[in-house]
Design a binder for this molecule. Structure first.
Ligand code: GDP
Ligand code: PGA
Ligand code: MN
Ligand code: MN
Length: 620
C-alpha cells in the first residue's frame, strides 16, 4: 500500500523530477521519494552523500539564506551558529502523537490520533509544503553500519539545517545508502519532515522557516515517522527521539530488547577493573555531563560511549549489552564550561559543530551562561538583540540552547564506541531533578524494586520541552515523552526481561539526585566531577566492598562509605544530601498512587506490590 495518497495535478511547474538522478536502486525508497516529490512539490531534489564537500556547499547556502553565521575559525574551526524562530526552541510534547491502530496501545501518557485520520490531516499539510525549496533525501543508519541487523532510516526534509545536523548526529550519506542495497533491499524507517513553509515565486525566505502548526507523529505498526512545522532538534532530527526512542522502543518491545533515554560510560577503577554504567535522567538533568565526567577522586578514569540514547540487548552470556545508536552530541549549552564539563569543551573546541540559540560575541565566537567566569562586555543574545551584562533582564543564551558536535571528537571516547556488540552493563542509574525528598543515592534491593524506582521516577520539568519549567512530574525511566507505546506495557516489558535472565547477571539498579537543595536554596551536593564519588560507591557496592543501611526506599550509604576525602563539605551537609526523610516520602505516596491510577489496569501487579511494601516500610 502506498504511504501517501497520490497527488494528481502538480500546482507548480517548477517541480523536480525524480528518480532519474537517484544514486540507488532500492525500490521501496525510490517509490517513496517519488510519492513525496509529487505530494510536497519541491523545486529540487538532492540526495545527500554526507561528504565534506556537501557540508561546505550546504553550510554556504545556509549562510547565504541567513540561517547560519560562520564562527571565527580561529576560535571554532568549521563551526556555525543558528538562531531559531523564537517560537521554535524545544521539543513540543503536546504536539507529539503515537498513532497506533488501537488507542490502547498508545496508552494514557501519549497523545493519540487514529492513523488514517492523522495521515489525512498531515497529507493536506504536506501538499505543496516544499514548494520553492530543495528536498533533501538523507539516508542514515542508527548504530554501526556493520551491525548484524543495521538500523537504517531515510529522512526526507526540506531543511538544509536538518541535513547538515544529521551528518553530525548519525552515520549519514553514501555509505549507509550503499549498505541498504548490499544484500537485497533492506528495511528502513521512512522519516518525513517538512518545516511547513513553502515559498511562492518571488517570495523571500526567512532565516528560520517553520509553521505555527506542528505535528510530530509516529505510526508504530508501520515503523513510520512524519514531522511537520518545526525545524528544532528532537522535532526535526528524526533519527534521534522519534526513531531511536519512540519507534525503537516499540521494536524493542516486540523483539525483547530495550531502547532507553540513557548515557553509557565506562568507569575504570584504580585497580584497573572496568565497569559499564547506563544512566537515565530526564532531558536537561545531567546525562551529557555524567557521560564525560572528569573524576575528582584519584585513580578513577571515565570513558564515554553515549550521552543520550542506549539500545540494550541481552547477550548469549545472559548479560545486558548497550550500544549508542547516535554519532554526535546534542548537548545543553548553558552550564557547560571548563569547570563543569571540560571534556565537552574540548569536544566543541575541535570545531565541526553547530550551535543553536546560544549568544554570539563581538569576535564571532559563541557564549552562554556558565561557559566562563567573565561575561563579555557585549553580546548578541539568542534573539539577535544587543545584550550588556548588568542591563539585560533575560539570559543571553536560551536555556535550551544546544551544541551539536561529532562524538568522535570527544577526547575520552571509548574504543568500544563502534563495537556493534556493545558493552556489558554492570549498573543502571535512574535520576531526576528534585529539590527535596530524593536522596543523593540509593540502591534497589533487586531488579523488581529497581523497575519500581524507574517507573516512579520524578523530576522537575526543564526548558528542553515547551511548557512550564520546574513542575514536578513522574517521568518513568526518564522516558515519559519517548515511550512509543502504553506505559503500563513498558513497565511489564522491563519486568519481563528481568525475569527471563539470571538475577546474578542483571545490572544493579541505583537512584540518584544531584539537585537536592538546602533550606537556603543552594545545592546540597557539589555535583559534576564530584559525582565520581557516587559512581565509586556504586562500583564498590557491586564489588561487595561498600557498606549500606537498609532504608524504606532502598540501600543508602552509611556515614563513611561515601568517599568525601578532600571535599569541602561538612558531615552535616553530607548527611542532609543522603537523608531519607520519612515524612517527605510519606507525602510522596499519594503522588505515586495517583500516577499508577493514571496508568490504569496495565500497571503490573509486581509494581503494586512494591508500592505496598514501600507504604508498609514507611509505616503509612
Ligand atoms: P542532559 O540534557 O540530561 O544531557 O543534561 P546535561 O548534562 O546537559 O545537563 C543539564 C543542565 O544541568 C546543565 O545546565 C548542567 O550544567 C546541569 N548539571 C549537570 N550535572 C549537574 C550536577 O551534577 N549538578 C548540578 N547542580 N547541575 C548539573
Ligand atoms: P537531552 O536531549 O536534553 O536529554 O540531552 C535532548 C532532549 O531530550 O530533547
Ligand atoms: Mn534526551
Ligand atoms: Mn544531553
Amino acid at each position: 500500500t502506498p504511504l501517501l495518497e497520490p497527488q494528481s495535478s502538480p500546482t507548480s511547474n517548477a517541480v523536480a523530477s525524480t528518480p532519474s538522478s537517484a544514486p540507488t536502486t532500492h525500490r521501496r525508497l525510490l517509490a517513496w521519494v517519488s510519492e513525496v516529490v509529487e505530494l510536497t512539490q519541491p523545486a529540487d531534489v538532492r540526495w545527500c552523500d554526507g561528504s565534506d564537500a556537501e557540508w561546505d556547499e550546504l553550510t554556504a547556502e545556509l549562510i547565504a539564506s541567513g540561517t547560519l553565521v560562520q564562527l571565527d575559525p580561529q576560535a571554532k574551526p568549521n563551526s556555525f551558529y543558528a538562531r531559531t524562530d523564537p517560537s521554535d526552541v524545544a521539543r513540543v510534547e503536546d504536539r507529539t502523537f503515537i498513532c497506533s491502530v488501537d488507542p490502547a496501545d498508545a496508552g494514557p501518557t501519549n497523545n493519540w490520533m487514529d492513523p488514517t485520520q492523522m495521515k489525512s490531516v498531515m497529507t493536506d499539510l504536506y501538499r505543496g509544503s516544499m514548494r520553492g525549496r530543495t528536498m533533501y533525501v538523507v539516508p542514515f543508519c542508527m548504530g554501526p553500519i556493520d551491525a548484524e541487523h543495521p538500523m537504517f532510516g531515510v529522512e526526507i526534509t526540506d531543511s538544509a539545517y536538518v541535513a547538515v545536523s544529521m551528518k553530525i548526529m548519525t552515520r549519514m550519506g553514501a555509505e549507509p545508502l550503499a549498505a541498504m542495497t548490499a544484500n537485497g533491499d533492506a528495511d528502513f524507517v521512512p522519516c518525513l519532515h517538512s518545516v511547513g513553509a513553502p515559498l511562492e515565486p518571488g517570495q523571500s525566505d526567512v532565516p528560520w522557516p517553520c509553521s505555527d502548526t506542528k505535528y510530530i507523529t509516529h505510526f508504530p505498526e508501520e515503523r513510520l515517522i512524519w514531522s511537520y512545522g518545526s525545524g528544532y532538534g528532537g522535532n526535526s532530527l528524526l533519527g534521534k527521539k522519534c526513531y531511536s526512542l519512540r519507534i525503537a522502543s516499540v521494536i524493542g518491545r516486540d523483539e525483547g530488547w530495550l531502547a532507553e533515554h540513557m548515557l553509557i560510560l565506562k568507569l575504570i577503577s584504580p585497580a584497573g577493573r572496568a565497569y559499564h554504567i547506563a544512566a537515565a535522567f530526564p532531558s536537561a538533568c545531567g546525562k551529557t555531563n555524567l557521560a564525560m565526567i572528569q573524576p575528582t577522586i584519584p585513580g578513577w578514569r571515565v570513558e564515554t560511549l553515549g550521552d543520550d540514547i542506549a539500545w540494550m540487548r541481552f547477550g548469549a552470556d545472559g548479560r545486558l549489552y548497550a550500544t549508542n545508536p547516535e554519532y554526535g552530541l546534542f548537548g545543553v549549552a548553558p552550564g557547560t564550561g571548563w569547570g563543569t564539563n571540560p571534556n565537552a569543551m574540548r569536544t566543541i573546541d575541535r570545531g565541526n559543530s553547530l550551535f543553536t540559540n546560544v549568544a554570539l560575541t563581538d569576535h564571532g565566537d559563541v557564549w552562554w551562561e556558565g561557559i566562563s567566569e567573565v561575561t563579555p562586555p557585549h553580546l548578541a543574545d539568542w534573539r539577535g538583540n544587543s545584550w550588556v551584562p548588568g542591563e539585560a533582564t533575560t539570559p543571553a543564551a536560551h536555556p535550551n540552547s544546544r551544541f551539536c558536535t561529532p562524538i568522535r571528537q570527544c577526547p575520552i571516547l571509548s574504543s568500544d564506541y563502534d563495537n556493534p556488540a556493545g558493552v556489558p552493563i554492570d549498573a543502571i542509574i535512574f535520576g531526576g531533578r528534585r529539590k527535596t525528598t530524593v536522596p543523593l543515592v540509593t540502591q534497589a534491593r533487586d531488579w523488581q524494586h529497581g523497575v519500581f524506582m524507574g517507573a516512579t521516577l520524578s523530576s522537575e520539568t526543564t526548558a528542553a520541552a515547551t511548557g512550564a519549567v520546574g513542575v514536578v512530574r513522574r517521568d518513568p525511566m526518564a522516558m515519559l515523552p519517548f515511550i512509543g507505546y502504553h506505559a503500563g506495557d513498558y513497565f511489564g516489558h522491563w519486568l519481563e526481561v528481568g525475569k527471563q535472565h539470571d538475577a546474578a547477571n542483571l545490572p544493579a539498579v541505583f537512584y540518584v539526585n544531584w539537585f537536592r537543595r538546602s533550606a537556603d536554596g543552594g545545592f546540597l551536593w557539589p555535583g559534576f566531577g564530584e559525582n565520581s564519588r557516587v559512581l565509586k560507591w556504586v562500583i564498590e557496592r557491586i564489588e561487595g566492598k561498600a557498606a549500606a543501611v537498609e532504608t524504606p526506599i532502598g540501600y543508602a550509604p552509611t556515614a563513611g562509605s561515601l568517599d568525601v576525602t578532600g571535599l569541602d563539605i561538612t558531615e552535616a551537609e553530607v548527611a542532609a544530601a543522603l537523608e531519607v526523610d520519612v515524612d517527605e516520602w510519606r507525602a510522596e505516596l499519594p503522588l505515586i498512587e495517583d500516577w499508577f491510577a493514571q496508568i490504569g489496569d496495565k500497571v503490573p501487579t509486581e509494581l503494586l506490590t512494591e508500592l505496598d511494601v514501600l507504604r508498609g516500610r514507611l509505616g503509612g
